[in-house]
Design a protein around this ligand. Structure first.
Ligand code: SF4
Length: 213
């Protein structure tokens, strides 16, 4: 029986992406090969509990959700994340995955909405970006830049133009919580008339860094 190592499964509001504010079940897989300077889920790097995929699906289904988000850590660091995603899609719910952009996304079930980061220089993990993934993104997917400061913003603008990202899928610019003033990022986006959506991390405003929220 295929298993995944799981840190937590919980029901909350989606804090980011196009489904922000909608009740969503989160399945947080354990482990991440990256070490972003601003990481707020370091508790998911180690530990966790091995679970059969069928048990994970059963636990998710018990919430009767409309939306399920597979996250981490970096969920795709576990090979069995791929069959888990397919099993969750088979529930007939909308399934998304939050991934760092450092792992191959080509094997992900086509029904899954891929919310993929491109790591900025401010993350300290820019060198891990797997740019080949960009060509695999479709209009249902979303590409996210977490912006730490003006240098990150400038880098994100250059990358946006170089890969014509907004022609491929929705692009999200998100200020790092507690570091970059959201109003500054908003002003820059408007001044530059960028084809991106700014987002704030709703869960941080509601619950701070509380685990399982
Ligand atoms: S990819 Fe995500 S989970 Fe991994 S270190 Fe970066 S922010 Fe944390």
């Amino acid at each position: 029986m295929a298993q995944c190592r799981i840190t937590e499964i919980f029901y909350s509001l989606q804090g980011e992406s196009r489904t922000v504010g909608l009740p969503t079940v989160f399945v947080r897989l354990t482990g991440c090969p990256l070490r972003c300077g601003y990481c707020d889920t370091e508790y998911a790097f180690y530990g966790g509990q091995k679970m059969d995929i069928s048990d994970i699906v059963e636990q998710v289904a018990a919430y009767k959700p409309r939306y399920v988000c597979v996250t981490g850590g970096e969920p795709l660091a576990q090979p069995n994340c791929i069959p888990l995603l397919t099993a969750l899609c088979d529930l007939g719910v909308e399934v998304s995955i939050e991934t760092s952009g450092a792992m191959d996304i080509s094997k992900v079930d086509p029904r899954v909405i891929r919310v993929m980061d491109l790591k900025t220089p401010g993350s300290g993990e820019e060198s891990k970006n797997r740019y080949e993934n960009i060509a695999l993104l479709e209009s249902k997917d979303q590409l996210k830049f977490v912006i730490c400061h003006r240098e990150d913003y400038d880098w994100a603008c250059e990358t946006l133009a170089e890969y014509q990202l907004s022609d491929r899928c929705e692009v999200l610019f998100s200020p790092i919580h507690g570091e970059l003033k959201p109003a500054d990022l908003a002003d820059w986006i408007v001044e530059d008339n960028l084809p991106v959506r700014m987002q704030l991390q709703l869960h941080k405003y509601l619950w701070g860094d509380e685990q399982g929220r």
